[in-house]
Design a protein around this ligand. Structure first.
Ligand code: CA
Length: 223
């Protein structure tokens, strides 16, 4: 899943990017508010992590402009310690959650997972579809209780489709969510990736809708 990070403090930006990448996310990071606003307005993100004190355009204005333009991806706002007015303003402006600085990376990741789950309509950190079980805390997919060995990119593909179970997801959307803006987009990269994942899966989890994209069907027992 692709995450936009807007933070002008170099050390925090580097640490948060690193933590996100290690957790399997694709990250676009920006230090300037106006650049971040532009990326959020024109690219597709699963979520954004937004510092409020940014040069170029402050975080609250960035968030308000996204929401006004109908950009509804979940946003986790980073606020200065003790600044309760920032938290109130952030939530009023359309933030889904906030995190006061300084924070631990574990907490940032947990809050991010929570807003991602809520936006995907999933309240549980474990998503079950038939025999498939996706543990979003451990970044692991198991089939019939047996964990599969997936690369980060393969995991992201399955995770995205399972988060959006029951909906056809186009190759375009997948490619936008799985690759960062600074990454060359090969035209058949998604097909190749889906093929690789299917060979590892002992069950037919991912179906092709020719000309439209891919779908993970909901089953009767999934939530
Ligand atoms: Ca700042």
């Amino acid at each position: 899943m692709r995450i936009l990070l807007a933070e002008d403090d170099d050390a925090i930006r580097r640490d948060v990017s690193q933590a996100l990448e290690m957790a399997g996310y694709v990250v676009d990071s920006e230090a300037n508010g106006e650049e971040a606003w532009f990326l959020g307005d024109t690219e597709t993100y699963a979520a954004a992590i937004l510092d409020l004190g940014l040069p170029g355009m402050d975080g609250l204005s960035v968030l308000k402009r996204w929401r006004k333009a109908g950009r509804n991806f979940p946003v986790l706002v980073l606020t200065a310690r003790g600044a309760w007015t920032e938290r109130v303003e952030g939530i009023d402006a359309g933030a889904d959650d906030y995190l006061p600085k300084p924070f631990r990376m574990e907490e940032m990741l947990a809050r991010l997972r929570a807003i991602l789950r809520r936006s995907g309509g999933q309240a549980n950190p474990v998503i079950r579809i038939g025999e498939a079980e996706l543990d979003t805390r451990q970044m692991r997919l198991s089939i019939g209780g047996v964990p599969l060995s997936l690369s980060p990119q393969e995991y992201r593909l399955v995770a995205y489709l399972m988060h959006h179970q029951g909906r056809v997801v186009s190759q375009q959307e997948l490619s936008e969510h799985l690759q960062s803006v600074h990454f060359e987009r090969e035209s058949n990269a998604i097909e190749v990736l889906v093929g690789r994942v299917r060979r590892k899966l002992p069950v037919p989890l991912i179906e092709t809708r020719r000309g439209f994209g891919y779908i993970v069907e909901q089953t009767a027992d999934s939530p």
